[in-house]
Write a protein of this length. Structure first.
Length: 479
């Protein structure tokens, strides 16, 4: 958002422990006094302003006061809602448009005669009278309009209507499952509304308006949430597992020593957590990627391989087909006592890992050192409101990234409602979901976060095109 900021460069440095957010209350002189006092303590002060700071008289007064106090400051220009919201609604305003706030005094004759689109700031209670007055002053009843609420946010909603439609006492959006539009509204009036069919870039995204449950570890939820937001979704992160070190470090310490001593021909990583655990142990011993010299590395999928590549190492083996333990076994070579100087494979993984991979490697002639690199611990239950949303279909979709996230989510919060679309990252996760009676709707070809979210978006777009989206959740009648 636009802001003006001040800081006293002569004051001692202050270690920030997070922003202290407070409303800017009082007359401009009082607000400026608070800004100056805070800045003189050595704190960076940010004054958030709706729209453009230098277009607001009160803020200009504040800036002048800060300037007289000899504090350094910066001003970040911003866009008023009457410009930004139409852009987010796919409505080009062109070089000539007229802005009015119908919550105050308006020259209706001049407004109705103005060229180009009209952009009004209003609330629902002002719309009917404003529309009737514009019609009285000569605008056609059929003039197209778009009413937008919560503009530029992930909850933005825009309703297309006409001036005649706005004269209805019922607010726009009445009858919509999401309810009527409320709060500050931006109304765009004129022929530009026709462009929305092609330029509606924000609200037309595949997952726009969807609330998606992200059951993940705290450390890993960020990547998925960012991807979901890119498709227009509202992610809700619910930690289901916490990753902790093994109870005894002895196994991992022996494994790291074995790597240095050349005890292993292969190291097989089955998750990004396993990669992280090994590198953390390397750090404890002052080691780096050179400890893998002469050792081949296999990864169960591209996400794990990317984690290894981040340390400057290219894995020798990543499944070409299915990215899972079974897919890795399909491509893993048999032990050859002529070409393989060592027959031992290091398998660092979770304490609850299955035996599928280890048994398959043994069948190929390899000796396995199965080491607990980390433990997965069930997280505390989410808030009651989140649990209620899970059970009643308040989430449009849920994205599972491992069998443990399935088990733990059901354990701490219950099964997702049948209307919730279930997306699973790979075959094993999908199998676990099915064991709990969940219908698996989405599974990407590549077992990674990006492909999982993209596959969910494609599924949603296909359902929307077919008119087969799940019905909206019925609102609870409980009070």
């Amino acid at each position: 958002r636009p802001s003006s900021a001040g800081t006293d460069q002569t004051a001692p440095p202050v270690v920030s422990v997070g922003p202290d957010v407070r409303p800017a209350l009082g007359e401009p002189a009082e607000v400026a006094k608070t800004l100056i006092a805070e800045a003189k303590t050595g704190t960076d002060v940010v004054r958030l302003v709706a729209g453009d700071p230098m277009s607001v008289d009160a803020v200009i007064t504040e800036v002048n006061a800060v300037s007289r106090s000899h504090l350094s400051f910066e001003i970040v220009p911003g866009l008023p809602a009457t410009v930004a919201v139409p852009t987010y609604a796919g409505l080009p305003l062109g070089s000539t448009h007229t802005v009015a706030d119908v919550r105050g005094e308006v020259d209706w004759a001049a407004l109705a005669a103005a060229p180009g689109p009209l952009i009004l700031s209003a609330t629902a209670s002002h719309l009917a009278d404003a529309a009737r007055t514009l019609i009285e002053y000569g605008l056609a009843e059929s003039t197209p309009c778009v009413v937008s609420a919560q503009g530029t946010t992930c909850a933005q909603r825009s309703v297309e209507t006409t001036l005649q439609g706005l004269t209805d006492r019922n607010p726009p959006g009445t009858g919509d499952p999401a309810g009527p539009l409320a709060g500050p509204l931006v109304v765009t009036i004129g022929r530009t509304v026709a462009a929305r069919a092609k330029l509606n870039w924000w609200e037309s995204r595949a997952l726009y308006g969807w609330t998606v449950l992200v059951p993940r570890t705290k450390e890993q939820a960020g990547e998925m949430s960012e991807r979901l937001v890119g498709h227009g979704a509202l992610p809700v992160e619910v930690p289901t597992i916490a990753v902790e070190p093994p109870r005894s470090p002895a196994q991992m310490e022996r494994a790291v020593k074995g790597l240095v001593d050349g005890r292993y021909q292969w190291v097989v990583f089955t998750s990004t957590n396993a990669v992280r655990a090994v590198w953390e142990k390397f750090g404890e011993f002052g080691l780096d990627a050179r400890a893998f010299s002469g050792v081949k590395i296999a990864c169960v999928g591209e996400a794990t391989a990317d984690r290894v590549r981040a340390f400057g190492i290219s894995p020798e083996l990543v499944p070409a087909g299915e990215q899972s333990s079974l897919g890795l076994l399909d491509d893993f070579p048999d032990y050859d006592d002529v070409f393989d100087p060592v027959n031992r494979v290091l398998l660092p993984r979770a304490d609850i890992a299955t035996e599928t991979l280890a048994e398959g490697l043994r069948e190929r002639g390899w000796e396995i050192e199965d080491v607990t690199a980390y433990r997965t611990v069930r997280a505390a239950p989410p808030p009651a409101e989140t649990r209620e949303m899970i059970k009643t279909g308040g989430f449009d979709a849920v994205c599972f990234t491992s069998s443990s996230t399935v088990r733990n989510l059901v354990g701490i919060a219950g099964k997702p409602h049948a209307r919730t679309i279930v997306a699973c990252i790979g075959p094993k996760t999908a199998e676990t979901a099915a064991e709990f009676g969940l219908r698996v709707d989405v599974r990407p070809e590549t077992a990674a976060i990006g492909p999982l979210v993209d596959a969910l978006a494609e599924h949603a777009a296909r359902l929307r095109a077919e008119g087969a989206l799940p019905p909206p959740r019925k609102k609870s009648r409980r009070r």
